[in-house]
Design a protein around this ligand. Sequence first.
Ligand code: GLN
Length: 409
Amino acid sequence: RLKEGKALAQDVWSIFAAANLPADCINLGQGYMNFAPPKWVTKAAEEALNSVAPNHYSHPRGRIRLREAIKAFYGPQLNRDLDVESEILVTSGANEGQYSVFTAFLEQGDEVIMFEPFFDQYLPSVTFNGGKPVYVPLHPPKDSKLKSSSNEWAIDFDELRRAITPRTKMIIVNTPHNPVGKVFTKQELEGIASIAEEFNLLVMSDEVYDCLVFDGKEHVRIANLPGMWDRTVTVCSAGKAFAATGWRIGWLIAPAYIIQPTLAASTRIVFCSNSPLQEAAATGLEQAKERKFFETQLAEYAERRQILCDAFDQLGLKYTMPEGSYFILLDISKVKFPDDYPFPQSVLGRGRDFRACWFIAVEVGVSSIPVSEFYCEEHANIGEAYARFAFCKDVDTLKAAVERLYRLK
Ligand code: GLN
């Protein structure tokens, strides 16, 4: 008998995979780059592949050079002398890291609070481990102005409080947020922190877009707030940092009592992560500062963001300007398409946004991701108003996409 439910339904990434869409469709869907990692990083990968040790199993905690590089890079940001033997775990992407934390900590029926919309992997990662997701809305801006900021997506702290039960074990924070682009303010994080302390909750802080915070806004790490180190796992990603989403290298930073059982889980799930690419990620972190890599990269992303936002402004389309991440939410509730359009089975039976995004991909030639995927089934209708466009693409591609998006007018 097959299991049922959203956790095992076909995922949005495989439905909107480039291979399913017309070959000339411009892909602003799944968040991966159409450019390579920096040469000085791929050169380090090549060197690792051409030597012996990094072609073999790493220590399940991660290769020591990468753990040392993580310590040197994040230690000052977290105001801590991180212990490479007990407070850092290299994982097969941020996703596996988070999965392993759930495996290590969730008991049947434990509740995990997540702000909705939420990055879609959280739901199956929690339920596969016996947990129960509990959703707290980020409320979209109410007024009807065309351009709003991601910071207008608001948390109602009374609602957050009401979501807590004796079974609540953990809360997931995601800043910068996928898909909204919201950068949680220090005040918002303090509000979450005080609730986490009051109810003795663990905090999973997914910060994979930490290097993409625009307009001089501050990326606040909740682990840095008073008392929070002891209950927080900070989740990071080499894929986002170095334009290498297929490497599947990420890392967790947390106190030893969190890392230890998570390491045990991770060891049983993947044993260890891709070894040669850990060496390359180490080079990336070691050299980023002197090369001003993250500063340059951020400026490039700011330009990419501007290209799409300018086009949406000119077209008079309603959208959310992201303060962080590489995603923009476009209101597609007014996009019309014929009901009898030849949609594939995979998008029929899903939200209206699946059909709208499919139609835009095929007829306009630009793919995006339907946002109802980032909502639970019960609230999917809220997400149906939006499509998520990724701007982690080179300038020429974004300009070509913009030319086509004029057809949405
Ligand atoms: N993080 C990527 C995105 O949001 C997708 C990751 C995945 O495919 N699971 O586009």
